[in-house]
Design a protein around this ligand. Structure first.
Ligand code: SF4
Ligand code: SF4
Length: 93
């Protein structure tokens, strides 16, 4: 995965503004299904920790609706990061 994604992800200040717009989070009301937590999973992937079954499910539950991108207070391209991570899972480098 492109290391430049890390520079974007680390800007997350855990403000949780992205929770309300994420229908995946709204469905489960479990913060693991929030955009913010998905970024944490991707950060771990960049550090060399592959997602376990649950983390993979959390990423795959994202519909790539892009709803979180506009609301992010740090303007992190969240959907792009998730899309890249999903591609990495399908086609490991
Ligand atoms: S792109 Fe994914 S993480 Fe972002 S709001 Fe949509 S479902 Fe949630
Ligand atoms: S809105 Fe952006 S900065 Fe705030 S918790 Fe979500 S991803 Fe992090």
């Amino acid at each position: 995965m492109d290391e430049s994604i890390r520079d974007e992800i680390i800007r997350c200040g855990a403000c949780r503004m992205c929770f309300d717009v994420c229908h995946s989070y709204q469905l489960y009301l479990d913060e693991r299904f929030s955009p913010m937590y998905r970024l944490l999973i991707i950060r771990k992937m960049l550090d060399g920790t592959p997602p376990d079954k649950m983390a993979r499910r959390i990423l795959e539950d994202c519909t790539l609706c892009e709803g979180c991108d506009g609301i992010c207070t740090e303007q992190i391209p969240i959907t792009e990061a998730i899309r890249t991570a999903l591609e990495e899972l399908k086609n490991p480098q």
